[in-house]
Ligand binder design. Structure first.
Ligand SMILES: [Fe+2]
Length: 166
């Protein structure tokens, strides 16, 4: 069916979620929430427990050295603004990168800071000074943290809905 104009869902401030899984997320309407490291902020755009997928906008202040963290699944990102550096090199506005699942590293931002659109296929673990796993940023953490900041009203987790009998 060819649709040449929308007949519903046209309010640019209201996010939409459909039973078939279709989504429109008005990211401008979502407030920034502090992320798991100092100087970092996120907007949770989408999550899917079944595939352990998290989609976020991540903003990092200029001159931030991230905590040492491990990616338990691959993280894909498109750099919207600024950039950052890590052991594999530097990434700039317009770059697309993949941080492989299983890597542990400590990125840093320059004077421009960073804004990226990220797709994480699994949680991120943070380590303390002794190299011990100190915390996990998984889907639950992102959802609960965003929700506490009134920034998850557009998120509908199918895993939290009641079972359906057939
Ligand atoms: Fe990373």
């Amino acid at each position: 069916m060819l649709v040449t104009h929308a007949t519903s869902g046209t309010d640019p401030k209201i996010s939409l979620s459909y039973p078939d899984g279709s989504l429109i997320v008005r990211t401008k309407e979502i407030p920034w929430t502090p992320w798991g490291m100092p100087g970092t902020h996120f907007k949770l755009l989408h999550c899917d427990d079944a595939s352990s997928l998290l989609v976020i906008l991540l903003k990092v202040d200029p001159g931030t050295i991230a905590g040492v963290h491990k990616h338990f699944g691959a993280a894909h990102a498109y750099i919207l603004d600024g950039g950052f550096g890590y052991e594999h090199g530097e990434v700039f506005q317009g770059d697309y990168l993949v941080e492989a699942g299983g890597i542990t590293h400590q990125p840093f931002t320059g004077p421009k800071g960073l804004l990226l659109l990220g797709f994480m296929f699994g949680p991120i673990g943070g380590f303390d000074d002794k190299g011990n796993l100190a915390g996990m940023l998984d889907i639950d953490w992102h959802y609960q943290t965003a929700k506490a900041n009134s920034a998850a009203g557009h998120i509908h987790r199918r895993s939290m809905e009641p079972a359906m009998a057939h």
